[in-house]
Design a protein around this ligand. Structure first.
Ligand SMILES: Cc1cc2nc3c(=O)[nH]c(=O)nc-3n(C[C@H](O)[C@H](O)[C@H](O)COP(=O)(O)O)c2cc1C
Length: 332
């Protein structure tokens, strides 16, 4: 267990913020698999300030997801502060996180996301302004630097701490790396030794064993899991169990995977509408299907689905096929 400000996390396993993925439907599902903290996908400060309808919908949080961290991004102090105040007063988020890692040009061109990594003074100024304007704890998620020649992770993290930030999540890649190469865990260790607020390590935790290794090798306080949880909330459950008991739980059966995929779909339909949810669910279904033998035909068919019934029939059909094959093997 550790704390971010006054918010207690029941374990060290954190679901990473992922745009287009971490809405309430997915977050609640992952939460039920035991995550100590779930992070929402990044939300534009300007979208909040302008009360853009789509942006407002992104602020929805189910009470059962808590504790939850809601991430905002922006490049200007005024709008960032206003957005943070809105989140502070009008949402049930527990933590306000500031994005300092997004590498996408559309974001960095507006002086937001990873662009800040080049300027520890700006980090100090912006984080100070947000911290002073809100009551909820403020945290920052950052990459280790802009490129190989500009790795200011330690200075940047210290700036966050001086500014009153209550925790940092550090992805061990530069902006230029995007998602290439391997995450540098040495920098996570270096930053951990340089600050006194909790540090959550992030990058390339693909298995429960990786999570344990990251905690041991870097001394970080928590581990943040992103891509390994896509279509795989069991990764969170298995990691929590492994860290707590040293036991590695079995991977889920195909039936379990399809059942949770359908639960996720139904939550997405409740959040959006059937048409939008089914389209959005296509990529998730492909992730849930990863590793399932003979999934190629179903994966292709998923991309043609337009209704809940079509998608559910495909997923249930696959689970039934696999179960039948397994029973033949058992009998045989
Ligand atoms: C689809 C996708 C969307 C992402 N969106 C965000 C985001 O909104 N905010 C953010 O801080 N990081 C975002 N990230 C980065 C992840 O939070 C995380 O730092 C990165 O994936 C490395 O962790 P991993 O190796 O466990 O995946 C995103 C990553 C992916 C794959």
């Amino acid at each position: 267990m550790f704390k971010i400000g006054n918010i207690e996390l029941k374990n060290q396993v954190v679901l990473a913020p992922m745009a287009g993925v971490c809405n309430s439907a997915f977050r609640l599902t992952v939460k039920e698999f035991g995550a100590g903290l779930v992070c929402a996908e990044m939300v534009s400060d300007k979208g909040i300030v302008l009360k853009n309808a789509k942006t407002m919908n992104m602020l929805y949080i189910d009470e059962r997801e808590k504790p939850l961290s809601l991430q905002i991004f922006g490049g200007e102090k005024k709008t960032l502060v206003e957005a943070a105040q809105f989140v502070d007063k009008n949402t049930n988020a527990d933590i306000i996180d500031i994005n300092m890692g997004c590498p996408v040009p559309k974001i960095t061109k507006c002086d937001a996301g990873a662009k800040w990594l080049l300027d520890p003074d700006k980090i100090y100024e912006m984080v100070t302004a947000v911290v002073e304007a809100v009551e909820k704890p403020v945290t920052v998620k950052m990459r280790m630097g802009w490129d190989e020649d500009h790795i200011y992770a330690v200075k940047n993290a210290q700036a966050v701490e001086r500014a009153g930030g209550q925790a940092i999540a550090l992805h061990g890649r530069t902006r230029v790396q995007m998602y290439e190469g391997t995450a540098n865990w040495d920098i996570i260790k270096e930053v951990k030794q340089a600050i006194n607020i909790p540090l959550i390590g992030n990058g390339d935790v693909q298995t429960p064993q990786d999570a344990k290794r990251m905690l041991e090798e870097t001394g970080c306080d928590g581990v943040m899991i992103g891509r390994a949880a896509l279509g795989n909330p069991w990764m969170i459950y298995r990691t929590v169990q492994f860290l707590e008991t040293g036991k590695l739980m079995d991977e889920p059966s195909v039936r379990e995977k399809m059942d949770v995929c359908i639960l996720h779909l139904d939550r997405l339909i409740a959040l959006k509408n059937e048409n939008v949810a089914v389209r959005e669910m296509r990529k998730h279904a492909a992730w849930y299907l990863k590793g399932v033998k003979g999934n190629a035909i179903v994966r292709n068919a998923v991309n043609e689905c337009n209704t809940r019934d079509e998608l559910v029939n495909l997923l249930n059909g696959l689970a039934a096929d696999v179960e039948e094959k397994e029973s033949l093997v058992t009998v045989g």
